[in-house]
Design a binder for this molecule. Structure first.
Ligand code: GUN
Length: 294
């Protein structure tokens, strides 16, 4: 029987645990964790992600601040906002939602964020610390996947993991984290990407597949070994006239077919997605407790 990993439930459980910790913080009279989110423009997906982040703050009892500007904001003005947030003592951590408008250099904005408040874990200081196994804010999606593997008791040590996709946000950090000497880690990792010669040969050797390429139903059943753990990071819109909004969301994995082969699989929606927001909440709590940088 294939186990469908219930990210939605797991995220709920983690939020309950976080809310308990916030209740203790309140009882002790300590500072309530405070996350700020900066949203530029009106990208529909970004709006929904940020709404979710703010709602999750409310659910766990954090304070949150949403700063919105239209897409015409200058790079300098956004850098000023980042600088203000860096200096604001009440803000423990903040994120600048990506993507940003074309005239703004995302790298420049990321570098301007104080690493101590970089709860996205995107600053090279956090990325480098992660790569060296030092305390750091882990990027939300890989962190959420580690939580899933751990809480479902999935053995990683000595396993062969194939990560498909080498983005800075998911594939590359995931490959680093799973190869580290850590409680969840110790895998032999292959990082596959668009230039990989025979992807099927690679994935067929995998005990764990992490699909993060952003292409609907890309991983098919013939690419998966019997008993493999399949983690689907994709959130792709495909046209569907039967839906009111005209589309439905599907992952990077052909779920129905791969379900018959995998030992564990994550659905889309309801798999990795909900875990990313809880990771951000966990990082914000760490920021408020000064756990990473002291
Ligand atoms: N855009 C897509 N994912 C993310 C994320 O995790 N953080 C930020 N800031 N922007 C994103």
């Amino acid at each position: 029987m294939t186990i469908i990993i219930d990210g939605k439930q797991l995220a709920k459980d983690i939020k309950v645990e976080l809310a308990e910790q916030v209740a203790e913080i309140k009882t002790a009279g300590s500072k309530i964790p405070h996350l700020a989110a900066v949203l530029i423009g009106d990208n529909a997906a970004s709006e929904s992600y940020v709404r979710n982040k703010v709602r999750s703050c409310e659910q766990v009892g954090f304070n949150s601040t949403l700063i919105r500007h239209d897409a015409s904001i200058s790079e300098d003005a956004l850098l000023d906002i980042v600088d203000d947030l860096n200096k604001d003592e009440d803000i423990d951590g903040f994120i600048v939602q990506l993507p940003l408008p074309d005239h703004i250099d995302e790298q420049k904005i990321t570098l301007a964020i104080d690493p101590r408040k970089d709860v996205d874990g995107f600053h090279p200081m956090n990325f480098g610390r992660m790569a060296q196994g030092l305390p750091s804010y882990l990027p939300a999606t890989p962190y959420g996947i580690l939580q899933m593997l751990e809480r479902y008791g999935i053995e990683t040590s000595g396993k062969h993991c194939v990560v498909i996709g080498r983005s800075n946000i998911v594939g590359t950090p995931m490959s680093i984290l799973l190869s580290r000497k850590a409680k969840v880690g110790n895998c032999t990792v292959t990082l596959a990407h668009s230039r990989t010669k025979d992807l099927k040969a690679e994935t067929l050797r995998a005990d764990i597949i992490i699909a993060a390429i952003g292409r609907a139903n890309f991983v098919t059943a013939d690419m998966v070994k019997d008993g493999a753990v399949v983690i689907d990071v994709g959130i792709n819109r495909v046209d569907d006239a039967s839906k009111k909004r005209g589309y439905r969301l599907v992952g990077d994995v052909d779920f129905e077919a791969v379900l018959l082969k995998a030992s564990h699989i994550t659905p889309v929606p309801g798999g990795v997605g909900p875990m990313t927001v809880t990771s951000l909440m966990m990082n914000t709590l760490k920021a408020s407790k000064r756990e990473i940088f002291g």
